[in-house]
Write a protein of this length. Structure first.
Length: 470
């Protein structure tokens, strides 16, 4: 069935009217508004268009679309006329009264798809599109082989169809790259001065976008490995049980004979295999050659522009050939005339370092050294005592002993679980008791247990601290 039989005959009329720009902007406003609310009523749609028309940057020309739209009318009148025009063209669904009693003004499905396709074609950012398609194909194939994969339930719709779509989009993006090189070459040939070359390199978004995507593909080492993995998984998919389920899935969807379905799926696999193994490399090689041609063209054109459209290399070659056939006397005369016709000037600048005087060192300066001194035993002992008194040992043997005297009381032993460790100092006291255990003068000894004990501040080895027998 032709798609003209599915849509209204006036469906494309808003693209050919005088106010086509404002019609596209208005339908964009209605589509965005419908995303915010569950049901778009005519009153909401009219208010949205009224608000937009009041702030509209376009000039509405007088146009007869069944009911006249123009700058002489109020935004309310223009909004109502535009809504009726959209409904007449099939951009808005036919009149249907909703629960609120107002007419529903939903944007039709075909209009949504058309506007979305237009924005994707003309407004999308093509930067990174090629690598995105490659990554998408890799993710689809990898997820199809995972255990309990959702894609494996309907492998034709969820695996093969997305693969073919990404492959087609990848082909189109490679063609866009090739066309971009042609546009760059045509732009270079039109340049007549050095300023144009500078503006071309600095401001041209097409050049930046093209080389950004291209050099990412060429310099990133992951792309060839992804291509190889896609080829390997495609062959594995063709031999797996999913292949038979694809045939059954496609047969149920398209209601065709099994032989025709099998031929169709085999043809799609062959197309994918041909593109991955042949066409992709061929297209990238073609782009490489065109890039080299572009560089040579840019260099030649730049040289001609800077030399006032004169090929100095060609003229210099002719002069050298001419001088080669002269005798010594005539050649010397030609070289003298050439030296008189050209003057070589040397340009330079003076910086502060050129005239800065270097400071001389003082030759009479005495060599500095450390003065030797000695301390008496009494002075050394006094300094040591002062140092120890200023920085006392918080976990000395005496302090650890007093801590466990207070903790045990009349008991002979205590486990780490029973001690109620709540601070960092309590935990370090148990660690210090392990260090001092068995030391002469320390009245406690530590028995190590199995496992770890959980406390409020740390996990500590299960230990038991008990009094030593006298």
């Amino acid at each position: 069935m032709s798609f003209f039989e599915l849509i209204d005959e006036k469906f494309f009329n808003p693209f050919c009217c005088r106010n086509r720009e404002i019609y596209i902007a208005c339908i964009d406003q209605l589509i965005e508004k419908s995303k915010e609310i569950s049901i778009l009523y005519e009153a909401d749609a009219r208010n949205t268009l009224i608000l937009y028309l009041k702030n509209c940057e376009y000039t509405i020309e007088t146009e007869d679309i069944g009911e006249e739209v123009g700058s002489g009318k109020s935004p309310q009148e223009n909004a109502s006329a535009i809504l009726r025009y959209f409904r007449m063209c099939g951009w808005i669904t036919p009149q249907e009264i909703g629960r609120s009693g107002d007419n529903i003004a939903s944007v039709s499905a075909y209009c949504r798809k058309l506007i979305d396709a237009i924005h994707k074609i003309f407004d999308r950012d093509a930067n990174g599109a090629i690598t995105n398609h490659i990554f998408s194909m890799y993710e689809i194939l990898r997820s199809s082989f995972e255990k309990d994969s959702v894609r494996a339930i309907r492998p034709y719709q969820n695996v093969l169809v997305p693969l073919v779509e990404n492959e087609c989009d990848l082909k189109n993006d490679l063609l866009i790259l090739k066309d971009s090189i042609r546009e760059i070459m045509r732009a270079v040939l039109k340049m007549a001065d050095a300023n144009s070359f500078g503006q071309f390199l600095i401001k041209d978004e097409l050049l930046n976008r093209f080389f950004n995507d291209y050099f990412f593909i060429k310099k990133s080492g992951m792309i060839p490995s992804y291509i190889a993995d896609i080829d390997r998984m495609l062959r594995k998919l063709h031999r797996s049980e999913l292949y038979g389920r694809m045939i059954e899935d496609c047969r149920q969807i398209e209601n065709l004979e099994e032989t025709r379905v099998k031929d169709k799926i085999d043809r799609q696999f062959a197309e994918l295999d041909s593109f991955i193994n042949l066409e992709y490399e061929r297209e990238m090689d073609y782009i490489d050659r065109k890039i080299n041609t572009y560089y040579n063209l840019y260099s030649t054109r730049m040289m001609m522009v800077l030399s006032n459209n004169t090929n100095l290399e060609h003229e210099l070659n002719r002069l050298l050939i001419f001088m080669k056939n002269l005798d010594d006397e005539d050649r010397d005369m030609v070289l003298r005339r050439l030296s008189e016709a050209h003057r070589l000037m040397s340009m330079g600048y003076i910086g502060k370092k050129s005239f800065e005087r270097r400071k001389k060192s003082n030759p009479n300066r005495k060599t500095a050294g450390l003065s030797a001194s000695s301390l008496s035993d009494e002075e050394r002992q006094r300094l040591t005592d002062e140092l120890l008194s200023e920085t006392p040992d918080r976990y000395s043997m005496e302090k650890v002993q007093r801590h466990f005297d207070r903790l045990l009381g009349d008991r002979k032993r205590i486990k780490v679980e029973e001690s109620g460790i709540r601070t960092r100092d309590d935990a370090i006291m148990f660690a210090a008791s392990m260090i001092y255990s068995g030391t002469e003068g320390f009245p406690y000894e530590v028995e190590l247990g199995d496992g770890m004990a959980e406390t409020e501040v740390a996990r500590i080895r299960r230990v038991t601290v008990k009094r030593r027998e006298q």
